[in-house]
Design a protein around this ligand. Sequence first.
Ligand SMILES: [Fe+2]
Length: 464
Amino acid sequence: MPRVEGRYGLAYTADKPESAARFDDLVGAYLGFGRDIGDRLKAILTDDPEMPLAHVAKGYLFKLFGSAAMSARAAKALADADARFAAVATTDRERLHLEALRAWCADDLDRTTELWERILIDHPKDAFALRLAHFNHFYAGEGRKMRDSVARVLPDWSDADPDIGFVHGMYGFALEEAGDYAAGERYGRMAVERNPKDAWSVHAVAHVMEMQGRHAEGIEWVRGLEPAWSTTNNFRFHLYWHRGLYHLERHEFDEVLKLYDDHVASDIASDMYLDVCNAASMLWRLEMYGVDVGGRWRDLTEVSLRHVDDHELIFVSLHYLMALLKGGEAEAAARMAAQLESFANSAATQGRVSARVGVGTVAAMTALARGDAGTAVDALLPIRYDIWCMGGSHAQRDLFEEMLVSAAVKARPHLARALLAERTASKPASAWSWRQYAAALRAEGRDEAAASADKRAEALLTAV
Ligand SMILES: [Fe+2]
């Protein structure tokens, strides 16, 4: 089978010369959250059915759905890819991609990421490997690895490269997750200037604003660019979720519920895990803030019932579990909890995550659902400094910290006062945290300090 060269000098084994450019365009669509990623891959496989890397890409795209049902389809794509690779001579890069898919299908996420990183040493412009490594570092909670992964390839990219904006945006987001907000914002803004439709880069800057408590600015940033980023696939709902988070901080609950109904949960039936994560965490937060969410858990619960046996990503499974617990599906929730507990004995990467933090978080959420705040505190307190390993962003994982402090306010006032001293120091723009702090101080009889904490909350809310 001939070799054809793509946009960035990457060699592809393919029958048709145009397959290289079409594969590069597929990767570009993936980087930009295009709505036509699946169609693009289908077109390549129709016109060039033996192209080895196209079969690996099919497996990758199935794995990216993060569900047990799609993983089964990825395993079939891996078998097809094996047959194609056995029949023709391929490049080292293509074979490393095949091995990465194999490791991914075997639930060995550490090895999967290592293989992509190995590709990037020799092929720093393999944007598929770069974005997939970014994804896996993200769901391993490894902000520094995510940052360094992009830093290693950046000098090989030039301003003339059409996808350089995506690389800048990835770097911006990774810098933010690694705690460098100024540089993260700089790279994110640079990418958005180049391409305002680049939703991941808009998102990088949104994260910086969230972490720095710049809620009004965040609303303006996300809303101002909405005509551009809302053209993307379901990832756009995550940007509506971010806007909702700013409004939540400002206690603008009607606005949060409107965003929830109009956007965040508008496509729940299509069964995409990120939509469920957005929606479940938003409803759980709203309830912690004392808002009645009515019957909104129901649709989420319906979708979550299909994922009781999923453990592709513990972070995601926990969000399905939230919906099962809140939607009154106690039996399914118990089955899911048992499944995650038994998965904690597995050697799979996420099995170790389940053992380290999954089981404890499940116990805490189950206790909270039955109103047992004390048990929830006992389950979360010992693992709070390990929660990072379940991945997701700082902003997403903050939900578990909020669960801990709000449970402590109910069950352990002294601990709550201590935890909220810590939290108001690290998130001084959080009115909710100041209110919780006031409640904890009041429970200890420290009325003057409580009044002062309440004043901080009021000042933040009236400045809105
Ligand atoms: Fe985010």
